[in-house]
Design a protein around this ligand. Structure first.
Ligand SMILES: [Zn+2]
Length: 393
């Protein structure tokens, strides 16, 4: 069960002067490559699932695999929805199993970014979920390497960062200090003085997006000035592509398994190098010991329907409940069932899976839940027995 609270994980890194790698998972090869490399180095790790990649794969299917991988891992793992675009994207990410969300409203003016981020923080914190915000704009460049940084880099301003972090309540902050998403030719120029001022102003772990292409010394300086999470993907996609091209040379008519056989190792070697450089290697045991584990909670609600109630009415209440309760933030899944007793009566139950204990507590105060109980259930059900338990995997 090494799914771990990401706020605790990043605070540990922040306090101890290292950075956790956050690697995009865009296929099963990437998922296995990241987890194996992190286990080899005994390092805490973040699996990033970017909303922007959803065009390439089915998000829910890959999330299910990421959750299984994380639960089986021997190292602490957090799963982060990367570049979530809205409150509903964040709600859906948590429903799918993410225990951290990044809300990227950085292209909006400060006040709108703040409003949007605060909305996500209020929802996510009620579910115990970590939130990463972004201030300033880290631009996107094509994968092949461009000559110059784009014109639209908007550097993060330290004074704004302080106001944004304090007023939104975010747990960590992605900053723009000269990196880009993608790869530039040559070494990017970073504004470390700006980073130092931001770090001093906000006092929470900072995040760098666009880690590819930075030199070893640059990484060390970033970490020395408050960076505790580094998002790193382009270089992995590049080494994966190079591995396939190499296989293609020796197997021009190679099948899919042949051509992709080296991808996991190629990604893994690159990740292990970065983990060692960023100082997160060997930290797994102390993170597991000092950080809160991420534990889902399930609730069973048992009830009998009145004898006189028609089957269609019973079914309508069940369906209404599944739809209404399933939309409450922090609810991962609602199942309903019935069992026929020897005396001919039907007993009914709900099984509701929550992202966390916080989410289960929040659910009981949510207006949709209270309305459903008061309007649909209480009038027909005098007794409703509910039991919460921690869902062990
Ligand atoms: Zn990014």
């Amino acid at each position: 069960m090494p799914l771990t609270n990401m706020t605790d994980m990043l605070n540990h890194a922040y306090r101890h002067g290292y950075a956790v790698g956050a690697f995009n998972v865009s296929s099963f090869d990437f998922l296995e490559g990241v987890l194996t490399a992190a286990e080899n180095c005994r390092a805490p790790v973040v699996l990033n699932l970017p909303e922007t990649h959803a065009a390439h794969y089915n998000f829910d299917m890959l999330m299910a695999a990421a959750l299984t991988g994380a639960r089986r891992a021997a190292i602490p793992v957090a799963i982060c929805l990367d570049h979530g675009s809205s409150l509903s994207a964040a709600v859906n990410g948590i429903k799918a199993g993410c225990n951290a969300v990044m809300i990227d409203a950085s292209a909006l003016p400060l006040d709108e970014n703040l409003r949007c981020t605060k909305e996500v923080v209020d929802m996510a914190h009620a579910c115990g979920v970590t939130v990463e915000g972004e201030l300033g704009y880290v631009p996107w460049v094509a994968g092949d390497g461009e000559e110059k940084p784009p014109e639209d880099i908007a550097y993060t301003l330290p004074a704004e960062a302080k106001a944004y972090a304090e007023r939104s309540g975010i747990d960590c902050l992605a900053v723009s200090i000269g990196t880009v998403h993608g790869l530039l030719r040559g070494t990017p120029r970073l504004d470390i003085t700006r980073l130092a001022k931001i770090s001093e102003a906000v006092g929470i772990p900072l995040v760098i997006h666009g880690g590819t292409g930075l030199g070893d010394d640059q990484f060390r300086k970033l970490i020395a000035h408050g960076v505790a999470k580094i998002n790193y993907y382009t270089a992995l996609a590049d080494v994966a592509g190079a591995s396939i091209r190499t296989q293609l040379q020796s197997h021009p008519h190679g099948s899919y398994p042949q051509l992709t056989s080296g991808v996991r190792d190629a990604i893994g070697a690159q990740i292990e190098r970065m983990i060692r450089l960023w100082g997160s290697g060997g930290r797994a045991a102390e993170v597991l010991q000092q950080c809160r584990p991420w534990q889902e909670v399930e609730q069973i609600a048992l009830y009998n329907m009145p004898d006189k109630m028609a089957e269609t009415e019973v079914t309508a209440i069940l369906q209404q409940g599944m739809a209404t309760l399933g939309r409450i933030p922090g609810v991962r899944k609602v199942r309903a069932g019935k069992s026929r007793q020897p005396d001919g009566h039907d007993h009914y139950c709900w099984i509701i899976r929550f992202a966390s204990q916080e989410a289960a507590d929040h659910y009981r105060t949510h207006p949709s839940y209270l309305r459903f109980i008061d309007k649909s259930l209480r009038p027909v059900l005098p007794d409703l027995l509910t039991v919460d338990y921690i869902a062990a995997e």
